[in-house]
Design a protein around this ligand. Sequence first.
Ligand code: NAP
Length: 254
Amino acid sequence: MHLLILGGTTEARRLAELLDDITGLTVTNSLAGRVANPRLPPGRTRVGGFGGAQGLAAWLREHEVDAVVDATHPFAGTISFNAAQAAAATHVPLLALRRPGWVPVEGDRWHEVGSLGEAARSLPALGRRVFLTTGRMGLEAFAALDDLWFLVRSVDAPEPPCPSRMEVLLDRGPFVLDGERALLRRHRIDVVVTKDSGGAATAPKLTAAREAGLPVVVVRRPPTPQGVPVVPDPAQAVLWLRQHLDLGSLRGTD
Ligand code: NAP
């Protein structure tokens, strides 16, 4: 049996760990290649795009893939549609492993927006010192905001065009609440910008912002393909694989 995991997330790595050492199961982890030193999951790893939905379909046929789990980030909009198209063309079962989005709680001051551009347009009315946690891609949306100062946190350094007044903090989650509180205080942050990535690893910034009474601009998730089954965590992905592949006993679920 050959499983392809479209990865680049904590959940993708966790799924590969749960499936490690299963006799008769080969797992290929696919990474886009955006991060210079990615944390590699167990199993085989391939890096780089497939060449669109057709390229992915050809790869599935050539490597005799029996199932695909799309465990990419909720904001990786293109690859999920490519996976749906390729799976349909090749009749390979496809599952989406998608961590649930965050839900605001009492005390949160969220401003939900549909894009990074909309987030940028909302900022001047909300504050002048911005904690920008949307990743290193797409910073051009904020590049014209010369009156604002940005603390940009990302795994790898962003590339221009970027905001002119910016400090870069290279770091990778999980983050802890005390650290996030201290960061907001030290940099006198008055507004936070985030994607609705979901998950526990980067959620403490939301708690820290709530405690400090700060507004948070939350970029809503892009649409996902219709008709693809979705599970919220790796353990449920394993259960789905049990139903779709002839697997023996799997670690973590027995
Ligand atoms: P995207 O916009 O959906 O994908 C753009 C192109 O990158 C795809 O068409 C595909 O190229 C290639 N690609 C994406 N994910 C791939 C994968 N896992 N394996 C092989 N090729 C892949 O994706 P993105 O937003 O640039 O994200 C790229 C990767 O970073 C994803 O794997 C995602 O899980 C991870 N990531 C993204 C974010 C985010 O905020 N977007 C955050 C954390 C991690 P071809 O068309 O040539 O196949």
